[in-house]
Design a protein around this ligand. Sequence first.
Ligand code: SAH
Ligand code: SF4
Length: 419
Amino acid sequence: MNLADSGSLAAVLNSRGYRPVESENDADLIIFNTCSVREKAEERVYGRLGELSSLKKNGTQKRFAVVGCMAQRLGERLLQRAPYVDFVLGPDRMFDLPRYIEESNGSAFINTEFGHENIGDLTPVRDTPFAAYVTISRGCNQYCTYCIVPYVRGEERSYPAEKILQQINSLCADGVKEITLLGQNVNSYQDNGLDFSALLSEIAKKTAVRRIRFMTSHPKDLSDRLIETMANGPRMMSHLHLPLQSGSDRILDKMGREYTYGHYRSLVEKLRATAPDISVTTDLIVGFPSETEEEYQMTLKAVEEIQFDSAFMFRYSPREGTKAAQYNDDIPDPEKIERLTGLINLQKEVSLIKNRNEIGKIWSVLIDGFSRRSNAVLKGKTEGNKTILINGDACLIGAIKNIKVTSADSWTLHGELVD
Ligand code: SAH
Ligand code: SF4
């Protein structure tokens, strides 16, 4: 979501004549688009701000903008710790940055109002010419007890389907072949009676985009209709990111997730019965307040039973103002780290098994560039959202090709072009 917002902000700045530069030293304005989900992310921003503040002390005319969730959460308090910051703008206000710069009178400026984000019809700047994020809703009404997102991103608002279709069409005209629809909970998308499954059908019907992905789905709202659309809908990629968070029903209840592990498992079973090759990925938290060793083991058991293709794994980080922040954060840090390490090691083994199972399969792959290590090797994404490396000619970049998986490790597949 932050990458998508950064792309929109870059488009707004470009349209007003601003240009990106390679190094902080050359910049007149340095923007930090921030995350508040865990404390560590915020500490990193302070660290980086501290390092760069010397550039300002040198007497240069640089200005600093801290935008996004951390700006929203801390507002005025951010200036107490980093008084050299010029603009503090919440996730919806960041797109007004050019106006604030033009109107600025030299003193720090803070705005954390929600809503009416002014992105206009601009096409967001993106990392690759062939794939793009498309935000379909902002905010969240779910209030999971550990999570800061509803407080810093405000109420859930769905964008009109018409606007989403328009944006996808202009992205396609600009060379995009794959889109990822974004929302904190895409399954609760609503536009005048049009729900998420219907939106997917509209996109398939009314745009030329070749590959459709989305993130994130809340298990409590994953309908049979959506499972059916995922399995049989045209141009749908074969991947579902479905955050489980914990394998213990008591912890899930304390997290306010509104489903049990049994329900989650039955969803995955249904999904795999309908679409056997689909990859399923998840988010997991260890060390939630009062999580016992036994309950942690239930999360490990869930990982073994469900066999996720991959997972984002976190140790619980209390966030001020959330319901869980009132609970006793009683799992000591070294214990949280130990639990997290155990979980990561297990998932690594499972990912290896899942990836090795891919050997011999043929996937349609969007080849989007060179591998990080070598310009002789191309990289792409399978339908299941796995990175695959391929020996091939640079002229294949941007193409969608059938690739046969030939080998695999825990993180990456290797493959060859099929005639
Ligand atoms: N809307 C998405 C996730 C947003 S946050 C969803 O519901 O899936 C991404 C992930 O960060 C969450 O799924 C959760 O696993 C993790 N997370 C959120 N708050 C956290 C906290 N306080 N401590 C540790 N992990 C957290
Ligand atoms: Fe946070 Fe839950 Fe909303 Fe996801 S659904 S953003 S975890 S409150």
